[in-house]
Design a protein around this ligand. Structure first.
Ligand code: PDD
Length: 288
């Protein structure tokens, strides 16, 4: 992580930055978060991440800790103090600190706000992510409100760990109907035999990915046929192409699922084209 973190109104050395032991984020995962890609010094997909942050906070009745303008200043100042141009910017907002009791405290404490920056070498990251990698499938064991971007990520962390243990870069989660919901930290996409781009609809129990929304617009602009709806794991394995999206992955090709090659086992042309268009757009529209 970068050298400096923002915590509740102050910029601290990362090693010394801390929140209280009775913070509800720590005790109950009573907190939400957002992740922005930092591209050439700018934060990508600003409006989408801000809208989702407000929605996550609203669904959990956590007060917005500051105005959008103030948050923009804090995020940019944290980036500036870290001297980072490419990487990821993390924001966590918890309900705040209160004596331990399951029910939301009344009166509400002030939310805890933490901002950190992770520097990433863009050349290394792009080379790795463009090459794509293997995915494994696992049962989706998460709760029923995956549309809220909470820090309650234990099933996601377990799935990613299982993927890494098998030499895979992501785990795709499969619901009780045998359909892929999403990845442990990414949205899942396939290009089917008819050339139709398919990704799970946001009515399902998935995170409404900001990268996903931007990519849907790009695909529609290219007149690629798109269906937002369920696809089975078997359909994914038989697809021409597969890939996943996230602020931390842009568009990353999937070369195999559970050891079964996707297409010829190399990153597909649709994924690579969408990837390059997404990154080009992110560079142009990033908020500096
Ligand atoms: N993860 N689905 C899940 C479960 C996610 O955690 C994420 C993002 C996405 C993609 O969302 P977006 O395109 O808005 O980044 C989908 C972030 C990057 C993380 O947890 O680090």
């Amino acid at each position: 992580m970068g050298r400096i973190a923002y915590v509740n109104g102050a910029y601290r050395r990362h090693a010394e930055a801390a929140v209280h032991i009775e913070d509800r984020g720590f005790q109950f995962a009573d907190a939400v978060y957002e992740v922005w890609a930092l591209v050439d010094g700018g934060l990508t997909d600003w409006d989408g991440h801000i809208a989702r942050l407000k929605r996550s906070l609203g669904e959990l009745e956590i007060a917005e800790p500051m105005s959008e303008a103030a948050l923009s200043v804090v995020l940019k100042e944290t980036v500036r103090r870290n001297g980072v141009r490419d990487g990821l910017v993390y924001l966590q907002v918890s309900r705040g600190q209160a004596a331990r009791d399951h029910a939301f405290p009344d009166p509400a404490p002030s939310p805890t706000v933490v901002v950190t920056v992770k520097p990433i070498d863009p050349k290394v990251m792009h080379a790795k992510s463009e090459a794509g990698g293997a995915v494994i499938s696992l049962p989706d064991q998460r709760w029923g409100r995956c549309d809220i971007k909470t820090v309650g990520l234990l099933p996601n962390a377990m799935a990613k760990t299982a993927a890494r243990a098998q030499g895979a870069i992501e785990a795709w989660l499969v619901d009780a109907d045998g359909c892929v919901t999403e990845g442990s930290s990414t949205n899942a996409w396939i290009v089917d035999a008819a050339g139709v781009l398919r990704t799970r609809d946001i009515g399902a129990n998935i995170l409404r990915g900001v990268t996903r929304a931007t990519l849907l617009e790009i695909a529609k602009g290219l007149q690629i046929p798109v269906v937002e709806g369920p696809f089975t794991l078997e359909e994914a394995k038989a697809a021409k192409e597969a890939f996943f999206t996230a602020a931390s992955a842009f568009v990353t090709p999937v070369t195999s699922i559970d050891g079964q090659k996707i297409g010829d086992g190399r990153p597909g042309p649709v994924a690579l084209r969408l990837r390059s268009l997404y990154i080009g757009g992110a560079r142009n529209s990033a908020r500096v």
